[in-house]
Write a protein that binds this ligand. Sequence first.
Ligand code: NAP
Length: 470
Amino acid sequence: MPIATTDPATGEVRRTYDEMPSDRVDAAIAAADRGFTALRRTPVAQRARWMAAAADLLDAERDDIARVMTTEMGKTYAAAKAEAAKCATACRYYADNAERFLADEPADAAAVGARRALVRYQPIGPVLAVMPWNFPLWQVIRFAAPALMAGNTGLLKHASNVPQTALWLGELFGRAGFPEGAFGTLLVGSSAVERILTDPRVRAATLTGSEPAGRSIAAIAGRELKKTVLELGGSDPFVVMPSADLDRAAEVATTARCQNNGQSCIAAKRFVVHADVFDAFSERFVDRMAALRVGDPMDERTDVGPLATERGRDEVAAQVRDAVERGARLLCGGEVPDRPGWWYPPTVVTDLTPRMRMWGEEVFGPVAGLYRVSSYDEAVEVANGTSFGLGANAWTRDPEEQERFATDLDAGSVFVNGMTTSFPELPFGGVRNSGYGRELSALGMREFCNVKTVWVGEGGPSAGVGSHAE
Ligand code: NAP
């Protein structure tokens, strides 16, 4: 894939970039290694001041970077501005809480025969971050803010279609005051990842992206014995039970499916609806989906802009075509419009069967599959019936069902009567083919920490243990 900015609304190539030559990649890895030595010795309070400055830059430059995001991958300008604001919030969250998350944790010394015992969280070194285009700021910041606050350094290999966002991110932390090499962008294609991850100075990798990319990076990292966190695809269920508030459920379902032009890993993709309310829900849902305004992503009134790439749009169209050819029914949308750019309309499909691609695959566009079920057990079976396990939504006012769904849905998160989303305060990640490891919260920060056991016996003075820079 060429490294280029192509406006998805028009298909026009705006800017192309040469891939970084290997000597510059090597220099960037060396800088990340040196940066690690500097950053790990910096007090957390100092890192926090720099992280707060990064948040201020995100706020100050919000409109400009949002315009770049919209041009590069087609999300609405309103959504892009909200994304930049959320990034600033996450930076402040880690600036404010890292000291607490990284504090030594005393253990029961007597139980382990020590005079003192504790757990200490220390950074592990330069981490390679391979990131996707769909939330081009947020995916990067939710890795970078905790990683840098922990004292690690980051090397970003961003998706090839968002180079301007990648370059802006590559300078953000240096401009905020972090030492040289703390965070940098490598403008390279995916074929360069193996060499970078094999470099002994690179200690770990995090990938947010597709399942094939996850398998590839995990295989390389496995061979090299390096830690990985994988945030992969999803086909989240959105279960609607008879007691649900149908108006509210249909409203949230529409946003949950179509936010970010339908290209979110945690978008609700399969709508699993109890037969008692199937018609009532689907009527409300289809009306709302069909009423969404598709158009210029810079226009504040637009709900849904273009898909990010021609290949992605063609894939969505092929998945819907496959379902219809095998007997599924279109309730709205389903036609690729005849205009330049990578457009696809909000679409609802029902009467799906396991023979259709849409049954088991992730659909990365504004396309909803509607499934009719006749019991709680069948709802759980259909909801859990893909290889993914990222998020899940359940709509019910029955407290017993709420409890049961929270336990029975096989996913990294379950949202009851609400839309799956991410918060700096809560861990985020998946199970099964949606990946492993967690981002955000204290848990996300500790993924790239050496969780070190410190045991001090009676043999000598313990002075010094209990205070450290990292
Ligand atoms: P993708 O093709 O996997 O690309 C993601 C990143 O991985 C890009 O930087 C890409 O580089 C790189 N890449 C692709 N193949 C690779 C390989 N074999 N080895 C090393 N790097 C490789 O994913 P996408 O289609 O752009 O993004 C959409 C996918 O991401 C969806 O499946 C979505 O659900 C998932 N996603 C997951 C989360 C989550 O938190 N779980 C969040 C957002 C998105 P190039 O651009 O240079 O090819």
